[in-house]
Unconditional design. Structure first.
Ligand SMILES: Nc1nc2c(ncn2[C@@H]2O[C@H](COP(=O)(O)OP(=O)(O)OP(=O)(O)O)[C@@H](O)[C@H]2O)c(=O)[nH]1
Length: 989
């Protein structure tokens, strides 16, 4: 209030001659007048030239001056109060701003943390997704609430746009088209992605969710972090099938995207709050008088006006002193280039006078290509009057092209820019709201709530009450919040009257003695430059135009108030709203995830109570079974081996006595002396054949024993395997045992050398055997066997001599052995030699010997059918026992895989040892397979149980971690929220 001079047109008296001039009265003058109110000849200030004039003042004049003084004092008081109020407001604003900036920073890092948690540690459950994907048995508070909600859209956007609409707002079917079409217009520049149907399709005051009504905040519903899961870009409705088909990880990914977007928006909010400039977008119907209104606000004929729609540009008017070093000029922005006032390459420079030409040239441009002008103009009015240069905040006024179907989208987009704080919507009182206007206004006010509405050309309306009612009713439907505060936000004016556009303004006069404090404002409206063609002061105002000016003055005061005193509302409230929404969402996420984690922890704990003992039981059973199985295996293998040894030894013993090892095999019939050779051969075949049968018998017994053992093992498995483990058995096929050996031909299968079937001389008379028997060196002992067996392996040279000797000795032995016994025979032989020395004996010795020899030969021949099997059997037995008849590397050692038997091929072992080892190996192999199968299933079962335990432990750990994390997050949300809640005064400012 540095300059306290007011322009006061006065009428009549000494000053009537100067009625067209503006009188200026100073405080000093008025003080003086007050000091001598009754002085007949008082000194009256000549308001025109500042000099004093002396004369007799009439009572009327005195009264007039008193009234004037009172008004001035009141005005000064009001000015002081306003300044104080502004200062206070500025203080509160700064505090609020700092709190919000702090809260935004903290929330940003909380979001970053949540994203990291979601991506790297544990997927965050998102409301409805949780209900669908988490354990169905477990109730989840947040999710459950949604599923029980009666609102169709409360669960995961499963409803259509209408279903999601807040019923507190009137929804206009006629506007639905634009609502949805704009919601899906993701291709538009500067456009945030499509939104969920519950949300605004346009955001006049920001690009994100700060465009949500504060009142509609609901702690149980996502808003900012709500996921848009609509199907299809155009006209699609959300599909619950799609939602259900979405994996939790996909939902988490979408949530991450949403949080990232929110982080970006927080950064924008920061910038927006830190920005000291406030932008006021003036838009409205074609030809509604927007440019006239802007000129009226500026008191300058800056923007071209015409009876035809003419504005084709977005012209942002800024204060030249504040923003451009005082230089009045126009910068035309280069499309696609970021504007920088300090960089002339980003714009082309023009004079203010060029605006008309630029506007005219841009007439044919499409709305998207409409040039954007930065118009730096000096605001000559006093700080407290000026809108642009008010000393508190830099205001920019943007004159936009008129709305029609083409420009609607562009202007809506322009309005969505972050830095647009206030939208002033100009509508012609003559036309009310056109369809485009309705669309724009409904969208702009739908979420933003407040729009400043100027109903212009009110002077043209005859039935003003009717018009007012109609327009207000429309506003009530389109923007209920604006309607509620219509006294401040809706103004019926005649902008032309301020700047001479309307016909009535040209000869308007003001009646002084009816002036009220509101008239002061009217007089400010009158403070137009002298160059103005239709200055209100030029011809004096009629009461008609006086009313118009008063209305405009009220509008200006309200607009200033709205932009300045209530800039908190336009700048901070959206941020506060957004923050509250976001924090509420994070809080909800934290609660949902805490609930889910609690459920998971409970589930995991319960599962562990079962799984841990089950694992321990399973491990114990396994250990026990393992030792039992080992014992069983050893027992069976030993039994098999002993049985095999016993049976094979018995078989070999029989063979050794020249008898077949089994009854089912019989020796061949003696074919006579002339076929004795073949006889010996057949005996050999028969005896080895009987051995094969005996061996098969051993193998069959082993199969039976093994089958029983396998059966026992499997039963043990059934008994010990834990519940739920697959009990399917490996099928045991006993026939497969020894099948390979049996498939081999005779001797090879038996693992014997081919010599065992070759006829030997000893098969007919085994001299060494008889000698051994004769010398009493044992009855079939091992040493004797060796000695006797060696007879069959001597060279052919010795054969004749040995055979002759064998024959002779054999005869003696046989005779002696048969009649007197061996000893007696030898004794007889000694006595015979004694007789040789006796002459008498020598006489009959020859015939006796001849007789004896003949007898022996006869006996030998007669005994051949018995002696051959005996000799063959004895030789075979010897070969089998000594291992000399067992082929090294033969079937006995190679047809089985050595399992736990260290005997290798090539080692000389008896037939019994070899085959008993083989069958026991085979048995061990089969049993190992059976037990291995069982153990394998045990191991699987244990691994499964361990996995289950580990899984539940991990689940419990993860849930525990989530509980801690979300408890921390919720606490942080609480702290930040308290800070945001401290941002006060926005609702009443
Ligand atoms: N009677 C009357 N005429 C007005 C008023 N305001 C503007 N006009 C006239 O209406 C016509 C259009 O005014 P403009 O300011 O150019 O309108 P606009 O909304 O900027 O037009 P475009 O943006 O070009 O569509 C001009 O002839 C103005 O003189 C008013 O309050 N009363």
């Amino acid at each position: 209030m540095a300059s306290q001079q007011y322009a006061t047109p006065v009428k009549g008296g000494a000053h009537s001659s100067t009625s067209s001039a503006t009188r200026r009265i100073s405080s000093a003058d008025l003080d003086q007048l007050l000091r001598s109110p009754a002085t007949p000849q008082s000194k009256v200030t000549d308001f025109n030239n500042g000099s004093s004039a002396t004369g007799t003042a009439s009572t009327n004049d005195t009264r007039l001056l008193f009234q004037q003084k009172e008004r001035e004092i009141e005005s000064q008081r009001q000015g002081r109060d306003a300044n104080q109020l502004l200062a206070q407001h500025q203080n509160v604003y700064e505090q609020n701003k700092e709190r919000l900036l702090d809260a935004i920073t903290e929330t940003g890092s909380l979001l970053a943390d949540l994203r990291d948690y979601n991506t790297n540690k544990r997927i965050i459950h998102y409301a409805a997704a949780t209900a669908q994907h988490a354990s169905p048995s477990a109730p989840q508070p947040g999710a459950l609430k949604r599923s029980q909600s009666t609102r169709p859209g409360a669960s995961f956007d499963d409803s259509d746009a209408a279903g999601r609409t807040d019923t507190s707002r009137p929804f206009h079917p006629s506007l639905q088209r634009c609502y949805t079409s704009q919601a899906s217009s993701s291709s538009l520049p500067n456009t945030p992605e499509r939104r969920a149907p519950a949300r605004s399709s346009t955001a006049p005051f920001g690009g994100e969710a700060d465009d949500i009504d504060n009142d509609n905040a609901n702690d149980d519903e996502m808003s900012v972090l709500r996921l848009d899961l609509r199907v299809g870009a155009v006209g699609g409705t959300p599909s619950s099938a799609l939602v259900r088909s979405l994996e939790r990880s996909s939902v988490a990914q979408l949530l991450d995207g949403r949080m990232e977007k929110s982080q970006r928006h927080l950064e924008n909010l920061k910038q927006r709050i830190s920005d000291t400039q406030s932008k006021v977008l003036v838009t409205g119907d074609l030809n509604a008088g927007k440019s006239t209104f802007v000129n009226a606000l500026l008191r300058r004929d800056l923007m071209p006006t015409d009876q035809q729609p003419c504005t084709t540009v977005f012209c942002e008017v800024l204060d030249a002193d504040d923003s451009n070093g005082g230089a009045e000029e126009v910068h035309m922005l280069k499309p696609g280039t970021a504007y920088d006032a300090k960089d002339p390459s980003t714009y082309t420079r023009h004079t203010l006078a060029d605006i008309e030409k630029i506007v005219a040239e841009a007439e044919d441009f499409s709305p998207e290509d409409a040039p954007i002008l930065k118009c730096y103009a000096r605001d000559t009015r006093a700080t407290q009057d000026s809108l642009l240069r008010n000393g508190i905040v830099d205001i920019a006024l943007i004159d936009a092209p008129g709305l029609n179907r083409d420009s609607l989208k562009t202007t809506a987009l322009f309005a969505r820019q972050e830095e647009i704080d206030v939208v002033v919507f100009v509508v012609s009182a003559e036309n009310h709201f056109t369809l485009s206007a309705k669309e724009f206004l409904w969208n702009a006010s739908h979420d933003k709530a407040y729009v400043f509405i100027v109903v212009n050309k009110y002077d043209q309306i005859r039935n003003k009450d009717k018009c007012r009612k109609l327009v207000l009713e429309q506003i009530r439907q389109l923007s209920p919040r604006t309607y509620d505060d219509a006294a401040n936000l809706v103004h019926f004016v005649d902008s032309g009257a301020v700047f001479g556009a309307s016909s009535t303004a040209a000869d308007a006069t003001v009646v002084d003695d009816e002036a009220t404090p509101a008239d002061e404002a009217v007089k400010k409206v009158e403070g137009v430059p002298e160059s103005a063609p239709h200055s209100a002061s030029a011809g004096g105002l009629t009461s008609r135009s006086s009313e118009s000016l008063r209305a405009f003055a009220r509008l200006e005061a309200s607009l200033r108030d709205f932009v300045l005193l209530k800039r908190s509302k336009s700048k901070l409230l959206p941020s506060k709203t957004y923050m509250l929404r976001l924090l509420s969402d994070i809080g909800l996420l934290a609660r949902i995830n805490t609930a889910v984690a609690n459920v998971e922890l409970g589930e995991a704990s319960r599962a562990l109570e079962v799984a841990r003992p089950a694992l321990a039981r399973c491990q114990a059973s396994h250990a026990k079974l393992e030792s039992v199985l080992e014992g069983e295996e050893d027992e069976v293998v030993t039994a098999v081996m002993q049985e095999a040894q016993r049976k094979l030894n018995a078989a070999i013993e029989l063979i050794g006595r020249g008898l077949p090892a089994v009854e089912s095999v019989s020796l061949p019939a003696y074919p006579g002396l002339f076929n004795v050779w073949e006889y010996a051969q057949e005996v050999r075949h028969a005896l080895t054949g009987s051995l094969e049968v005996a061996l098969r018998g051993v193998e069959d017994t082993t199969r039976g024993t093994t089958s029983q053992a396998v059966d026992r093992v499997q039963k043990m498995g059934e008994a010990h395997l834990p519940e739920g483990v697959e009990k399917r058995q490996r099928i045991f096929n006993p026939d497969a045992m020894f099948a390979k050996r049996r498939s081999l031909p005779g001797l090879v299968g038996l693992g014997l050398t081919t010599e065992v079937v070759e006829v030997q001389p000893s098969d007919f008379f085994d001299a060494w055997h008889h000698f051994a028997v004769l010398t009493g060196s044992g009855q079939g002992g091992e040493g004797k066997d060796k000695a006797l067996a060696s007879s069959s392996s001597r060279g052919d040279d010795e054969l004749g001599m040995v055979s002759g000797l064998s024959l002779g000795l054999g005869a003696i032995t046989l005779l002696g052995g048969k009649t007197l016994g061996a000893k007696t025979a030898v004794d007889a032989l000694v006595r015979v030699s004694d007789l040789v020395g006796n002459p008498t004996a020598r006489r009959w010795a020859g015939p006796v010997f001849a007789l004896l020899s003949t007898g022996l030969v006869v006996y030998f021949i007669v005994d051949l059918p018995n002696s051959v099997p005996r000799n063959v059997g004895r030789a075979l037995r010897h070969g089998l026992v000594s291992g000399s008849a067992v082929a090294t590397g033969g079937a006995a050692t190679t047809t089985t895989v050595a399992v736990g038997d260290k005997s290798g091929a090539g080692e000389v072992r008896s037939f019994t040892a070899q085959h008993s080892a083989r069958v026991s190996r085979e048995t061990r192999k089969v049993l190992r397979l059976a037990t291995w199968d069982l153990q394998e299933r045990f191991r699987d079962a244990i691994a499964q149980k361990r996995q289950e335990v580990e899984r539940e432990e991990a689940k419990a750990k993860s849930a525990q971690m989530a509980l801690e994390y979300f408890a921390g997050a919720e606490a942080q949300v609480g702290r930040v929220r308290a800070k945001v809640d401290e941002v006060v005064g926005l609702e009443t400012a």
